[in-house]
Design a binder for this molecule. Structure first.
Ligand code: HEC
Ligand code: HEC
Length: 419
């Protein structure tokens, strides 16, 4: 079981990302927080993080009341979860109102780079940004979106949210942090709510204490099934998971294993027909091409001939840390077990009718964008005639390995944990 919130130590990554979010040092101009000259930056971040945690857990901040951030980002579900919805996408604070996407984990956000494009080996790829479509540049900005999203916490405006914080049990902590008159300027107070939540996410939600991390530190040994799974996960000719979900088990440092390169692909995830919006056969969630964002503007550095339409249907790869704790997988939550996810990777090409019905054609991408489907990286480059990329036993081994990525492992061997 995932111990609730982790000790408030800032990792190197967290500190780096915090600076990227504009809250990294103790100067009041960065975050607006009031700090004394003698206070260390770490002590201040810890206070901010405590405040952020209270906001994160406050069920009064939705309309109607009852839905906190934590409802969709639950500690015992790998900081994902859909507020009780079983159909793979999140239930909002309004009764019966369902969104179009599966809640992502909000842990390990310090590993997510800013949104942009990288051009290498003759190819331009989109990378980074928060959300499945990368539309939020920083964590502090991301944190404000759910409050106002009608499908999530449904507040009419920033003032309404800030009024609830001003009436909360932690209002004085908020004033102490951001100034006695902070609630007089709701827009400024709203911005600072995002700063506090980001400090919480970066300070408390990246403990790097899974069995895998203990193994990297020389404090644990994987079982034979987990080891076989890890070998398949890394094998570029077999599962090739690590070809996208990056890891480095020999560096000695868990930060080198983000389990995502945070790039975007159209993997051909099957359509989730339980999503209300999908009752309209003409509706498609196109990720980087909307509906929740405008198509990205390409920089001049792209490979010549690259067009924005090539990114339609692509979604950002999440980290696989704590993935075994989640209840629904992929942007549309269509899979409810890890075994199904891994089987999908293993047999998308060899047995497409299993996933897409009789036509065998990926059914959650409109015809003009089928060309965007990922077919170059293993296991997606296999010819159908080659059969599944993994046997059933190998699928089980990969699943066993994925279970080693859950936090809360207590090492019983090897050197004491580094401070
Ligand atoms: C009703 C459910 C719900 C609530 C409440 C909710 N979220 Fe989310 N969260 C989601 C969904 C769904 C996504 C993915 C949305 C998308 O990609 O368009 C998401 C995505 C995120 C992400 C992006 C993770 C990544 O890897 O990019 C973060 C961070 C996050 N939420 C934090 C929060 C915070 C902070 C709050 C409270 C202010 C909150 N969420 C409230 C459902 C919810
Ligand atoms: C070509 C790059 C690529 C490869 C190879 C790859 N993945 Fe993924 N993975 C992604 C992307 C992109 C997503 C998000 C897809 C979406 O939701 O549309 C994803 C999502 C996932 C998820 C869902 C996570 C969540 O929070 O919902 C799991 C689990 C996963 N991958 C496991 C694996 C495993 C296991 C392998 C090896 C068998 C693998 N992946 C190989 C790109 C890749």
């Amino acid at each position: 079981m995932f111990p609730l919130f982790k000790p408030l130590t800032l990792s190197v990554v967290a500190a780096r990302a915090l600076i990227a979010c504009g809250g990294g040092d103790s100067s009041p101009t960065d975050s607006g927080a009031v700090s004394t000259p003698t206070e260390t930056a770490e002590a201040r971040q810890n206070r901010l993080s405590q405040l952020g945690r209270q906001i994160f857990s406050d069920r009064n901040l939705s309309e109607p009341r009852g839905t906190a951030c934590v409802a969709c980002h639950q500690p015992d579900q790998g900081f994902a979860g859909n507020n009780g919805s079983r159909i793979g996408v999140a239930l909002g604070s309004q009764p019966g109102v369902l969104g179009i996407r599966n809640a992502m984990t909000n842990a390990y956000q310090g590993l997510v780079p800013a949104f942009g494009f990288i051009t290498a080996d003759g190819k331009t790829e989109a990378v980074g940004g928060h959300f499945w479509d990368g539309r939020a540049d920083t964590l502090a900005v991301q944190a404000l979106a759910p409050f106002l999203n009608p499908l999530e916490m449904n507040n009419p405006n920033a003032q309404a949210v800030v009024a609830k914080v001003a009436a909360s049990t932690y209002a004085n902590d908020f004033r102490r942090e951001f100034g006695a008159n902070i609630f007089d300027t709701p827009d400024a107070a709203f911005t600072q709510m995002g700063v506090a939540i980001a400090a919480f996410e970066l300070g408390a939600l990246q403990p790097f204490n899974s069995k895998y991390d203990a193994m990297v530190r020389g404090q644990a040994t994987l079982t034979p099934a987990e080891s076989r799974g890890m070998a398949l996960f890394q094998d570029p000719l077999r599962a090739n998971c690590a070809g996208c979900h990056l890891m480095n088990p020999t560096s000695g440092n868990p930060i080198d294993s983000p389990f995502s390169e945070f790039t975007y692909y159209a993997t051909g995830v099957p359509r989730n027909t339980a999503i209300p919006a999908n009752a309209d056969p003409a509706f498609f969630d196109l990720g980087l091409c909307g509906p929740d964002r405008s198509a990205p503007v390409l920089p001049t550095s792209v490979v010549p001939g690259t067009r924005a339409e090539q990114f339609c249907g692509q979604f950002r790869m999440p980290t696989l840390r704590n993935v075994a704790e989640r209840r629904a997988y992929m942007h549309n939550g269509v899979f409810t077990s890890l075994r199904d996810v891994v089987s999908f990777y293993a047999t998308r090409n060899s047995n497409p009718t299993r996933w897409y019905g009789a036509s065998g054609v990926p059914n959650d991408l409109p015809a003009p964008f089928l060309a965007n489907l990922e077919v170059t990286k293993a296991p997606f480059n296999r010819a159908a005639i080659e059969g599944p990329a993994l046997t059933d036993t190998e699928v089980d081994d990969v699943v066993a390995f994925l279970h080693t990525l859950s936090d809360g492992f207590v090492p019983t061997q090897g050197p004491a944990p580094a401070r």
